[in-house]
Ligand binder design. Structure first.
Ligand code: ZN
Length: 220
């Protein structure tokens, strides 16, 4: 199953992604995680993208295409993959189609988690990450004043620099603006699966599963 998981920051991709990995046993290619790892390790790529990410801007197409192309050459992606955070622009989507075609592959579906702008802003402004295990938690505004420790390991929770309120609205607007042509592109290819991302997590999961079942070969 060759999938793209599409959704604005805060649309709930991380949660659904974990479920898809478990269900299909295929690797995730998450450009956002890759970039954050590069920053943490202070690599040349990490230093290059840091100021761009901190402004809430998108990382240039050619850099991301390089990262994804390299990853898709690895044998564990032959049985399928879940792309998360890529493609974000029409140029990236076209590059992805070319990369896959070179190895006789194609996308099976693009799962788009739809969530309204205001709901996204509310969710992200109260999102915190555990320093120890990386788990992501969303709080109600009144809960943030007395921030708990991570329930799993007691780790300290912090807000990612790109989740800070002043950056959040900009990230979301950049996303919505850049991905509009992408939605049309995959819609025309009849690969776009619209999912209501404002439903409870379990219902979102069920909706995705129903869509994907129709794509599975009959003998599995
Ligand atoms: Zn933790």
């Amino acid at each position: 199953m060759n999938l793209v998981l599409l959704g604005a920051p805060g649309a709930g991709k991380g949660t659904q992604r974990a479920f898809l990995v478990q269900r299909y046993g295929i690797p995730v290619i998450a450009t956002g995680d890759t970039l954050r790892d590069e920053r943490k390790a202070d690599t040349p790529l990490g230093r290059q993208v840091a100021p761009i990410m901190d402004r809430g801007d998108l990382v240039p197409d050619d850099l991301l295409v390089q990262i994804v192309n390299k990853r898709l050459q690895q044998p564990d992606t032959q049985r399928g993959f879940i792309l998360d955070g890529f493609p974000r622009t029409l140029a990236q989507a076209q590059a992805l189609d070319r990369i896959l075609a070179e190895t006789g592959r194609a996308l099976d579906a693009v799962i788009y988690l739809r969530v309204s702008r205001q709901v996204l802003i509310d969710r992200l402004a109260h999102r915190y990450v555990c320093r120890t295990c990386g788990s992501v938690y969303t709080f109600k505004p009144e809960e943030v004043r007395n921030l708990p420790r991570c329930p799993k390991d007691g780790g300290e929770l912090y807000q990612r620099p790109d989740d800070r309120p002043e950056v959040v609205a900009r990230r979301i607007d950049v996303f919505l603006q850049q991905t509009a042509p992408l939605i049309d592109y995959y819609s025309n290819q009849r690969k776009l699966e619209n999912i209501d991302g404002q439903l409870p997590v379990e219902q979102v999961r069920e909706a995705i599963l129903r869509k994907l079942k129709t794509l599975e070969p009959a003998n599995t």
